[in-house]
Design a protein around this ligand. Sequence first.
Ligand code: ADP
Ligand code: MN
Length: 516
Amino acid sequence: MDSVGVAAAAPDAGPGPAWQSKCPWGAPSTTSISCSLADVMSEQLAKELQLEEENAAFPEVVAAAEGPYITGENVDTSSDLMLAQMLQMEFDREYDAQLRREEKKINGDSKVSISFENYRKVHPYDSDSSEDEVDWQDTRHDPYRADKPTTTPRRGFIGKGKDITTKHDEVVCGRKNTARMENFAPEFQVGDGIGMDLKLSNQVFNALKQHAYSEERRSARLHEKKEHSTAEKAVDPKTRLLLYKMVNSGMLETITGCISTGKESVVFHAYGGNSATEDKVIPAECAIKVFKTTLNEFKNRDKYIKDDYRFKDRFSKLNPRKIIRMWAEKEMHNLTRMQNAGIPCPQVVILKKHILVMSFIGQDQVPAPKLKDVTLSSEDMKKAYYQILNMMQQLYRECNLVHADLSEYNMLWHDGKVWLIDVSQSVEPTHPHGLEFLFRDCRNVSQFFQKGGVADALNERELFNAVSGLNITADNEVDFQAEIEALEKMNEDHVQNHGKKLSTFSSDGDPPIYDE
Ligand code: ADP
Ligand code: MN
């Protein structure tokens, strides 16, 4: 098991005195680091140096601030430093938010207003970085922006008679090019050129522009690489901070380790703590599903969410990071629906951005085995089959959902019954591919139980009809699938014409629910 190094241990259970006397971010390194000019200019480094200085000046203050909550990975000071900085930033932001509220309260509707701008802790550029994306191109409100040189008006020339100046004028054009340099990415060093009366020829400007763009692309690639590598190891600093907060708030007692690392998510085990509100009880053991924030894994899953009308309006407006949060949100909604229908599944505890905390299926840190990994007696096998049949029907009819990734990999055997998990990709049956997903689920289930020796197991086509209540009569796979697609198309056409989904695909009356 991988430790994530975020744990709330009792003070006496903390590590030995060796590090208690030290500051929590590790001993300040005294070795001088050689670095480039760019590094010297970097804000990050400035912050680090400042923190180092503070550590040296006020060691006892920092030592006192050390909580009992951070254990392990003490050697990993660089990442703890980052954590500290992020916490500080978080604090500053909260402080600023309070300032803003006070400013608003004082000013009210008054025509004359007082600004608290100068008391803010966070630089205006950082203040909305909680959304972690920065629009590099947006320089509209740049306070440092130099006044634009006067350029020719839209008609293309200025002046009268002999004094006429056209837009092709060398001086005007040169100034305009200089002004346009501010559209380059901010990392691109253009010096004081913008502020000076500098005239760039078209040729020079174009060469610069090319270079700026390729630099921008290169740094974006580097950034992606860095993010990827951290996520690969365990979790990225942002996720770590969120997990840390959950432990710090007491909601979770300890995060013990990693249960699974999949392509799209990492699942951790944790012991539940106390809820802030009385009415909500945190389960004794929790599973934390962290949806990976490395974007490339998710691209192929677009189709599940893109066509889900519940998310349709939002999808087009979102950036990839938000889409990942939507996966977590989707899993939460789907689990809640299932819970309400009484289907055995994890119970949602909390959703924080791309992190979903739910009840743990298993005991004493040992997760319940997947159906593919247990050997069941033929009796249990039969019981499991009927239970799944029943659950698929409930899912379809009561929850109005198709699992869409149902197989022996996403069913756990616990407490003598089957539990359904992994429903982030589940869709409503009227999803443009909903019935195809259902058919695939049916095929997985049929094949598993037929191979497992359940004589009663329906074949995939029978199962599909039994679950959906549709009455597709085709007796071979190809025709069956064609009919499914025709139905989906019919529904889509209906949506196009009437702007509304058919509530469900139901034929003549509901077939009986299988109850064994
Ligand atoms: P993925 O999309 O990566 O397949 P899953 O939701 O299937 O994500 O979770 C991966 C694995 O983590 C599961 O196969 C299961 O072993 C474990 N797991 C997930 N949720 C829970 C839970 N609530 N309780 C116990 N184990 C869980
Ligand atoms: Mn899974």
